[in-house]
Design a protein around this ligand. Sequence first.
Ligand code: GLN
Length: 332
Amino acid sequence: MNSSSTPTARFVSTGTLPGPEEIRSLVEAAYENFREEAGGKLADYIPALAEADPSAFGICVANTRGHAFMVGEAAETFSIQSVSKPFVFALVCEALGAAEAATRLGVDATGLPFNSIMAMELRTDGTSNPLVNAGAIAATSLIPGFGADDRWHHVRQGLSRFAGRELACDEHVYESEAANNQRNAGLAHLLRGHGRLYCDPDEAVEVYTRQCALLVSARDLALMGATLAGGGVHPLTGEQVVSAATCQRVLAVMATAGLYERSGSWLYDVGLPGKSGVSGGILTIAPGKGAVATFSPPLDAAGNSVRGQLVMRFLSERLGLNLFISAPAAHL
Ligand code: GLN
């Protein structure tokens, strides 16, 4: 069995979330515990994001069978921003194979902010990973298609299949970011110079910016995450969106790089693959079991939702999700 073979039924993460009553009471407790939390501030480098309601707060837990538990504004939509990145990487793995995708994009944590130019320059080959802006723009450039419209269609269709419904782009957010996107444009052109961007730089940035403006709710994110948690099958539509082997690789990158320079402390406390975005979403995956998504716009200095992180630190252990917890065999 080589490292790129498809996982077999004998060797997969299994287990279930607690029963519905317990999940409901824990999700409600998390909401009550952190609804008064006032830390963090709204992202304002994309002007439209500064218009968000800082008090908006929603949590959704979905299992791999499609049962969803929601509290607060879990059905309210917001632009997906960086939480799109693992899903676009999944589409690239499907198109190229996970090994080729890793060679072209890199899969190592940068330890630096999400929009770092230095992170790309520090590596001699110009790669980073698909969950920071440079690697994500490079991933978008690997999406099959001729021209921006074709690539955009592929991205929107792919993410819609993950969500189990047709996702739409927030034109206001798109226009706002497109008008203030010089840094991402710079990253794309530098990547091209390194031979690490695989289509025209302006086209890659346009599609990437649109992908970040796709509208999702915490419930959508939880179902998208439950698809990654469940071998690539959407829990409600039953569609095999991507292969189980692709999910495995996407979760690995989320574990090492999903919360930018805070990825280490996240994994240390939460013990799960995660991904945050600057509009306030955080998606956390429990392989084999399900996913937890939160929405709360105020961010810490690294660009991660403050309440979202508190909720995940609270729920991970209480829902029995942390991947690193064990007990001595003799006590079982
Ligand atoms: N669209 C945002 C950007 O490129 C996404 C960043 C994020 O969510 N961290 O800057």
